[in-house]
Design a protein around this ligand. Structure first.
Ligand SMILES: [Zn+2]
Ligand SMILES: [Zn+2]
Length: 828
């Protein structure tokens, strides 16, 4: 067995280890250095010298372990790549962001392209925790949860030559997003451990979290603004959850916490992979609860919002990447907040020597307080501090892990030289294994005479069934594992094996069973290893199968938990029919998504749930006054059935389009300014089709030409189109009845153009009357006098000289088809 350290040895950064086992070359991690003074890449020359790589295994997504993967994978296109799905999803976000950064720096030529990333990701084989997989002939790979960050893995390889453990980055303690590492008593012949904090005993994590909250409280008391530059992956999520928890428990006053930069994308990936998170957080997500954001914790999306945040008087906290102020929106905020007397910048992690973050910290004790950032020099007036929220094991944790695994050969890496040296001395004193402290470029050959025996994870009993697992037969699996494997916890793959008796672990089957297990009453996630499952006991299953009777207060609790985000005003109950009603000020603006949750809620509780459809008219008026100014309003009339509010405004010429959109979004109502033209039609109940597309309206000539095009081949088309009160478009057909034949089309056109479209209620009397005459003429019917139109009933009457039934039937049919108006015959 040969181990070559291409990077990440005697240093932190560019972790990259080449393991030669059973004559195969396996690359463990493939990172970059994020330092400006050193070569950013690991020493790939060594890999070439040793004949390339057969497989690449990635411990976790941090760039010091993955940043050069697109390059090396391109170089060795036949090497298989392994990692778990969480790491793959995170990596996609991080690598895309890194090319964005590389190409934004003028002096830098990107070291890989988007194509390289796509190609590399395509080749990744995903593997879940604690699943044994033969990756090369006779070589078995297993990943174990390493804590640290979501998806973090320790790597375990067993070959004929011996077994090999690589810790990646790990932590044994519990964080807010992930639990600690879960490593069984493996028996590696050789093992590599990270040593980042190998000389430290952690300052208690709780104390650091309390310090962060204390700083936040001071900031809020002084009505200040705080920036916490945070690493997008791992650290930022921890900070958000600390702040969220404190606000929920009233330990911190509720102020807005703005989330900016790549953090937002990482949050999304965390939410997509709940099984890779701490069980309490994962459970929440599985129940549909948003893990990071709420009404106070808000994602920032554009520069306009950033300026608003800085320009406003509110006290707030901004959590933004990048963590060392080397890029991303945190630079912008730092520049602005640095010059505020009541500004606070709290550094939350490791700072590279050359980084602006490190320079900022060095200014704390310096005389001259000038900060250079964004190519500007800013007088530093704000308060600067640093908190330690490490996600690496400390000295004791590293030693504890080594003691648990008792390897014969111990390599210490991923730490500064002095730290590793002192850890190495301590480990050597207390351990029977031989300790190596390799440097970059070094190869160490070890010979293992008698490879240790591995504990077998045998599954001797299996069902060997052919049929697919489903909701019906999963109880069979449950009974079987309870009988033959009592108290054991399983990976999804192991359960599949027990069922089919054969490793047919195709991804699609794994995914299907995982979903089945998550929704089953027979199995549950293990709390310590959230990605694994265990059979529930008989009583639990019986209780779960019995329809539960929910009481009113339990229903209330569920609603508060599940529907909190919708901002309902009040809950009411009809106990006889087990119905709960949510009351909103603006029920018409409630997002559609709620109805899906409704059906789930009813399914789970056996209670009906409804929304009170009545709009709170006072609130509606208030909202309108707030939006366009009370002084601008003379009178408001409501047309509830049409979701419209008509406003008599002082200022007819003002462009209200922005307010209209906002109003529609907030209340579900459209407001129309009552102008001279609009007034008449609206009051005569023109039929209006509101556009679903409230944020965008096409330029009007473009909209008109789209409408023309749509009617080109129709039998009837609007003879006139006009814009009313700058608010909506009105189409005039020969009669509204004819127009309504095209309701569906017009409604679609409204969505397409972004314009609300009305069908005018005006009947084109001249045209209607002349058609009546024309159809009579065609049938050679003479009239005693001209046809007459009755506006109230929208009918036309003709008075013929002679009554001939057949002719009149034909005239009537043709006339009514062409005008939509009824034809009456006065035969007197
Ligand atoms: Zn890491
Ligand atoms: Zn690392």
């Amino acid at each position: 067995m040969k181990v070559t350290f291409c990077g990440g040895a005697y240093e932190v950064g560019a972790s990259c280890i080449l393991l030669n086992i059973d004559n195969k070359n396996i690359l463990l991690d493939c990172g970059i250095r994020q330092s400006q003074s050193k070569d950013i890449l690991p020493d790939f020359r060594l890999i070439q010298e040793y004949g390339g790589v057969d497989a690449i295994i990635i411990s976790h997504a941090h760039m010091d372990h993955t940043g050069s993967l697109p390059i090396i994978s391109k170089e060795y296109p036949y090497a298989k790549i392994y990692m778990n799905i969480m790491t793959k999803d995170l990596l996609r976000v991080l690598l895309y962001d890194s090319i964005k950064i590389m190409s934004s720096k003028e002096a830098e030529i990107p070291i890989y392209s988007e194509n390289d990333i796509v190609y590399m990701l395509d080749r990744v084989h995903t593997i879940n925790y604690e699943v044994d997989l033969e990756i090369l002939e006779g070589i078995k790979l297993t990943l174990y949860n390493s804590g640290h960050i979501a998806g973090g893995s320790c790597i375990y390889l067993i070959g004929k030559e011996g077994s090999f453990f690589y810790s990646g980055d790990f932590s044994l303690f519990l964080q807010n997003t992930v639990g600690g590492a879960k490593i069984p008593k493996l028996r590696p012949d050789a093992a590599i451990f990270e040593s980042t904090y190998g000389d430290k005993l952690h300052s208690n994590r709780q104390i650091e979290e309390d310090r962060l909250l204390e700083l936040a409280r001071t900031c809020i008391e002084n009505n200040g603004k705080m920036l916490i530059p945070a690493f997008a992956l791992g650290r930022a999520q921890e900070i958000l959850l600390i702040l969220k928890k404190a606000m929920n428990n009233n330990k911190l006053k509720k102020v807005n916490v703005y989330v900016d930069g790549m953090i937002k994308n990482i949050n999304r990936v965390y939410k997509q992979n709940p099984l890779y998170l701490k069980s309490s957080l994962g459970k929440k997500i599985l129940r549909g609860i948003e893990p990071f954001y709420n009404e106070n914790i808000i994602a920032v999306s554009n520069n306009e919002d950033r300026e608003k945040i800085i320009g406003s008087k509110e006290s707030c906290i901004v959590v933004s990447s990048s963590g060392m102020l080397t890029g991303g929106p945190s630079q912008y905020y730092a520049e602005k907040i640095a010059s505020l007397e009541n500004g606070y910048i709290v550094i939350s992690g490791y700072q590279d020597e050359e980084s602006p973050g490190s320079k900022l910290l060095s200014l704390v004790d310096s005389e001259e307080k000038l900060l250079e950032i964004n190519n500007k020099i800013i007088p530093l007036k704000c308060y600067i501090d640093k908190i330690g929220l490490s996600a690496h094991g400390d000295k004791n944790e590293i030693k504890a892990l080594i003691d648990r695994l008792t390897p014969k050969n111990i390599f210490l890496v991923h730490g500064e030289g002095t730290v590793i040296e002192s850890l190495g001395r301590e480990v050597q004193q207390n351990s029977i294994g031989r300790v190596y402290i390799p440097k970059c470029g070094e190869t160490i050959e070890i010979t293992i005479k008698n490879p240790r025996k591995q504990l077998s994870k045998n599954l001797p009993f299996k069902l060997m069934l052919k049929e697919d697992l489903n909701t019906e037969n999963i109880s069979v699996l449950w009974e079987y594992v309870r009988k033959y494997y009592p108290d054991r916890i399983f990976t999804v793959e192991e359960l599949l094996f027990i069922w089919y008796g054969d490793y047919q672990a195709e991804d699609i089957k794994i995914e299907k069973l995982q979903l089945l297990l998550l929704n089953s009453v027979y199995f549950e996630n293990d709390n310590r290893r959230f990605f694994m499952f265990k059979a529930k006991n008989a009583e639990e299953v019986e209780a779960a199968l019995k329809p539960k009777e929910f009481k009113q207060n339990e229903i209330m609790e569920i609603i508060q938990k599940e529907f909190n985000d919708y901002n309902y005003k009040k809950i009411s109950y009809i106990l006889e029919s087990k119905t709960v009603i949510l009351n909103f000020d603006f029920p018409k603006a409630v997002p559609e998504a709620i109805y899906q949750q409704f059906s789930q809620f009813s399914h789970e509780t056996d209670w009906n749930i409804e929304i009170n459809t009545q709009t709170n008219m006072n609130a509606l008026n208030d909202k309108l006054k707030m939006l366009i100014g009370e002084g601008n309003i003379k009178r408001i009339s409501h047309y509830v059935d049409k979701n419209q509010v008509v406003v008599e405004s002082v200022d007819l010429n003002r462009d209200y389009s922005k307010e209209k959109n906002e109003f529609k979004e907030l209340t579900g109502f459209e407001f129309i300014i009552k102008g001279s033209e609009a007034k008449k039609d609206i009051e005569e109940n023109s039929l209006v089709f509101s556009s679903k597309n409230t944020s965008f309206a096409m330029e009007q000539n473009q909209a008109i030409s789209i409408i023309d095009e749509a009617f080109k081949y129709e039998e009837f088309m609007p003879y006139k189109k006009s814009i009313k009160a700058k608010a909506y478009m009105e189409l005039y057909f020969i009669s509204p009845m004819v127009g309504r034949r095209y309701s569906e089309k017009i409604s679609l056109l409204a969505d397409e153009t972004g314009w609300s479209i009305a069908i005018s209620n005006v009947v084109n009397q001249n045209k209607v009357l002349s058609l009546a005459e024309a159809f009579c003429r065609e049938e050679e019917v003479e009239l005693k006098k001209n046809p007459s139109f009755h506006p109230a009933t929208q009918e036309v009457t003709i008075k013929p000289m002679l009554y001939e039934e057949d002719k009149f039937k034909r005239i009537k049919r043709a006339f009514e088809h062409n005008t939509g108006c009824e034809l009456k015959i006065d035969a007197s």
